[in-house]
Design a protein around this ligand. Structure first.
Ligand code: PMP
Length: 435
């Protein structure tokens, strides 16, 4: 194990041996309840037979064919399914191998779209603080989590950041939800006017902010206003659903709950459910047609895109979610989990907020509940909670950087969709003990 260059150079990780349902087992035989799906990945749990069979079948018939030469049945069927599940005009799917690649591809698609239609001054992005869009240099540039970015400056893309929609901290006492939504969304218009609409190509946001803000949903009306502003200034709307998509929030695409349609949407993580590495950009007719009718060639691509085995695994995953009505399960189990967490944890002095959608739930830790003072980055609370939870046989996803991309800590829960009532109780009990 010592030759693997892990992200935490000095941390010794247990070696994992097997998995079944919502549980993982390490080589020493210790059992872990997967309370976060790894990182909102394992939505079908571990050892799902339908996905396993699809992978074996695909490997036996066709393990690989390069997309410069061939299309393949699994990727065609998966693209049809993903576009059938999306509203019009999201009718085109570009497959890649993960979330960062999906975001990079979407950023470059936006850029090439404006080149093809002759609006070449539109080269800059607007995104939000407290967001995460990936670790490659372009995706890192649109992300707004400072501690991930600071070592890599100067970043590659030209990006301006505005505030996220963060009712727990920013909504005023007597302000209605809609008034708050509009006040925050209107920052986008102000930024576009400041930089000049002729320079801005796209606004990038997660519908429910995951890793860097702890399952932070937007308030009602926020994304509708964002869509109106984007349309007014010919700015594309890119929604990053790498973490919150593929049913995690209770609808197949999280944006469905906002009654809007983006121009580009990225998905990954749960698409392959952890069985294969896969991501995708779902693009609208407008983007596709501009490229197809222009140069006819998207100047981008990866060796493993539309990989037959990855697509077969994703096809089986999505079919399982739809056929076994797991979107409904996510809504029901998600409501139960939030209620159980609130009952068990709300009284603790350092629990600031418990929020989320579906089985995508965030718990914000604070130094002071009344003043909502965030825990400082130096407190290391996220690392401590993670380690104690692991000792107690629970995987949860604690992160820092909720406030100003630096301070602030939260715990993200995103268990497999198949989690039972008893397992929800076990999760809450283990988390309570750990906290
Ligand atoms: N976007 C979002 C919203 C994410 O949560 C992540 C991963 N945490 C990424 C992009 C990057 O995905 P990957 O780690 O697969 O490159």
């Amino acid at each position: 194990m010592t030759n693997v260059f892990h992200r935490h150079c000095h941390t010794k990780l247990p070696c994992i041996a097997s998995g079944e349902g919502v549980y993982l087992y390490d080589q020493a035989g210790k059992k872990y309840l997967d309370g976060c799906g790894g990182a909102a990945v394992s939505n079908l749990g571990h050892n799902a037979s339908a996905v396993k069979k699809a992978i074996i079948n695909q490997v036996e018939t066709l393990p690989f064919a390069h997309t410069a030469f061939f299309t393949n049945e699994s990727s065609e069927a998966l693209a049809t399914l993903l576009t059938d599940l999306a509203p019009d005009p999201l009718n085109h799917v570009y497959f890649v191998s993960g979330g960062s690649e999906a975001v990079e591809s979407a950023l470059k698609m936006a850029r090439q779209y404006f080149v093809e239609i002759g609006e070449t001054s539109k080269t800059q992005f607007i995104a939000r603080r407290q967001s995460y869009h990936g670790n490659t240099l372009g995706a890192l540039a649109v992300g707004g989590n400072e501690w991930r970015r600071e070592k890599f400056r100067p970043l590659l893309a030209d990006v301006h950041h505005i505030s996220p929609c963060y009712a727990y901290r920013d909504q005023l006492e007597h302000e209605s939800e809609l008034a708050y939504s509009h006040r925050v969304a209107d920052q986008l218009e102000a930024k576009i006017l400041e930089v000049g609409a002729d320079n801005i190509m796209a606004f990038v946001a997660e519908p429910v902010v995951g890793a860097t803000a702890g399952a932070l949903p937007a308030t009602r009306g926020y994304f509708k206003r964002i869509r109106e502003i984007c349309d007014k200034y010919n700015v594309l709307l890119i929604l990053d659903e790498v973490m919150c998509g593929i049913g995690r929030t209770g609808s197949f695409y999280a944006f469905e709950q906002e009654q809007i349609v983006p121009d580009l949407v990225t998905v990954a993580k749960g698409l392959g459910a952890g069985y294969q590495a896969i991501g995708a950009v779902v693009a609208s007719d407008k983007i596709y047609n501009a490229i197809a009718d222009g140069s006819g060639f998207f100047q981008h691509g990866h060796t493993f895109m539309a990989h037959p085995v990855a697509c077969a695994a994703a096809l089986a995953t999505v079919n399982t979610i739809i056929n076994e009505k797991l979107l409904e399960t996510v809504v029901v189990q998600g409501q139960k989990l939030q209620a159980k967490l609130k009952e068990a944890l709300s009284w603790l002095p350092y629990i600031g907020d418990i929020r989320g959608k579906g089985l995508f739930i965030g718990i914000e830790l604070v130094a002071d509940k009344v003043t909502k003072t965030p825990l400082s980055a130096d407190s290391q609370a996220n690392k401590v909670v993670k380690q104690i939870a692991m000792n107690n046989g629970l995987m949860c996803y604690p992160m820092s950087g909720t406030i100003n991309g630096r301070d602030g800590h939260h715990i993200l829960l995103a268990p497999p969709f198949i989690i039972t009532d008893e397992q929800l109780d076990e999760l809450v009990s283990k988390l309570k003990t750990s906290l």
